[in-house]
Design a protein around this ligand. Structure first.
Ligand code: FAD
Length: 421
């Protein structure tokens, strides 16, 4: 049997998985700018690597590959059980926490190490510190234009490749090596790219509520675009200088980024006590009012309800919106308590931007579905495949993006090697 020669550009989660999948009946060369594979993978899940989720992943995705059904087809083929079996066969022990799958060691290095072992066992040739600068196609074959970072020399690789898998990631966390090179390759071959935007990142707000008094709170957040409800998320909010952060904000950030790009207006509404209805919160505050003494500070209204730091921020907001310089004690009648209840359950903040790529976990946008076959090959360039975050598909926090990296890597790797389809 004549073995195929396959090049995989990028040794992140999707590139490693594509190389492993392709290696069954091909000779695979894996190129990366970094010294070692999986540099970003080591940072995932705060160094613990949330690599899958218990929930059905497809509804957690956005972008043209999600709208076209490519994402759900890929997840149907390589669902959670399939990926778990694969990782188990590589020797990974795992456990579940809050619906997310993590290595039993709680160390992302365990996932990276077993993938590196699997690459070695399958004789994948890893080329560290090599940046692929260009891809040429001559007839049926591909040739790579390489830049060797060790000696700053450029060379045209003489090796002809039957297929090339581009797994260069998006633009998020560029220090890990993902600087958007896949979009450049795609555009050179006339594929379309939806403008890459930061996602799973913080939001920016000019509201003075977001000050240096860093606070965390369990909340529910709704995103409104042009005054219409767009999405909601529940979880830990981080109040930082310049805007809100935390997982519940991350999950709304991709939608906000797209809306802001289109110059649409955005605001969020935060419910600081999402598990209680208005009537309960009203009675809670009424009860507190009966206990407050004249000498108490305004934050006494929230004793036992919010942390001291959150109470300070909320009181500043109440002062600006409700009290406006009036003494707080003695004026808390039913109408004001109802207004305070409304504010706590529905505090609005204008959103004017999102965090930069440097502080984002993923990229929204990328190579679009219309130019791809279901096996992730380019419709107009047989043998050229794209996988992982360089594609126009971005998921919520919680292991969904890594599931897409594994599943899309398997799809492209097996198809490139001719093992399926
Ligand atoms: C801090 C952080 C935490 C995260 N936590 C989680 C989590 O817990 N769970 C989850 O599901 N997702 C998480 N994510 C998202 C997830 O890590 C990514 O979606 C996923 O790793 C993307 O994999 P990829 O292989 O497509 O791209 P990447 O991991 O970005 O890999 C791309 C690789 O290509 C290389 N490369 C790029 N261009 C070239 C070139 N021209 N030549 C050679 N090499 C090149 C880069 O050096 C890089 O190694 C997190 C992301 C970040 C930044």
């Amino acid at each position: 049997m004549i073995l195929k020669n396959i090049a995989v550009i990028g040794a992140g989660a999707s590139g490693m998985m594509a190389a492993i999948a392709a290696s069954g009946n091909s000779r695979v060369s894996l190129f990366d700018k970094n010294d070692f594979p999986g540099r970003k993978l080591l940072q995932t899940g705060n160094g613990k690597c949330n690599f899958l989720n218990e929930s059905d992943p497809a509804p957690h995705f956005r972008g043209s590959l999600s709208d076209s059904g490519i994402v759900s087809d890929i997840f149907a083929r390589y669902d959670r059980d399939h990926i778990l079996k694969l990782f188990s066969s590589f020797g990974l022990l795992f456990h579940i926490k809050n619906g997310g799958y993590y290595p039993r060691s709680d160390s992302a290095a365990s996932v990276n190490d077993i993938l590196i072992d699997a690459l070695k066992e399958r004789h994948v040739a890893f080329h560290p510190r090599v940046q692929v600068k260009g891809i040429d196609k001559k007839g049926e074959l591909f040739f790579l234009d390489l830049f060797h970072l060790n000696n700053n020399k450029r060379s045209k690789d003489e090796t002809p490749f039957d297929a090339v898998i581009v797994a260069t990631g998006g633009k998020a966390a560029p220090k890990t090596g993902s600087t958007g090179d896949g979009y450049y390759f795609a555009e050179k071959f006339a594929l379309s790219v939806a403008r890459p935007l930061p996602a799973l990142t913080r939001l920016l707000s000019p509201d003075p509520f977001f000050n240096d008094n860093t606070v965390r709170a369990l909340v529910s957040v709704k995103l409104f675009i042009d005054d219409s409800f767009a999405a909601s998320s529940t979880g830990e909010l981080q109040i930082n200088a310049g805007g809100p952060s935390g997982i519940c904000i991350f999950d709304l950030s991709g939608r906000a980024a797209r809306a802001l790009k289109e110059e649409r207006s955005c605001y969020i509404s935060i419910d600081f006590l999402p598990e209680f209805d208005d009537a309960f919160v009203f009675s809670l505050l009424n009860n507190r009012v009966g206990r407050i003494k004249e000498e108490d500070p305004p934050t006494a209204l929230f004793t036992g309800i919010f942390s001291e730091r959150l109470s300070v921020n909320i009181c500043e907001k109440l002062e600006n919106l409700l009290f406006k310089g009036r003494a707080f004690h003695g004026i808390l009648n039913d109408t004001l308590i109802r207004d305070i209840t409304n504010l706590i359950k529905n505090m609005r903040f204008e959103i004017t931007g999102t965090g930069e790529f440097a502080v984002s976990q993923v990229t929204s946008g990328g190579i679009t579905a219309d130019c791809l076959n279901p096996d992730l090959s380019a419709k107009n360039v047989p043998g050229l495949f794209f996988t992982g975050e360089c594609l126009d598909a971005d998921g919520d926090c919680g292991g969904f993006n890594l599931h897409f990296a594994w599943a899309s890597g398997l799809t492209a790797g097996l198809a490139a090697a001719g093992a399926v389809g």
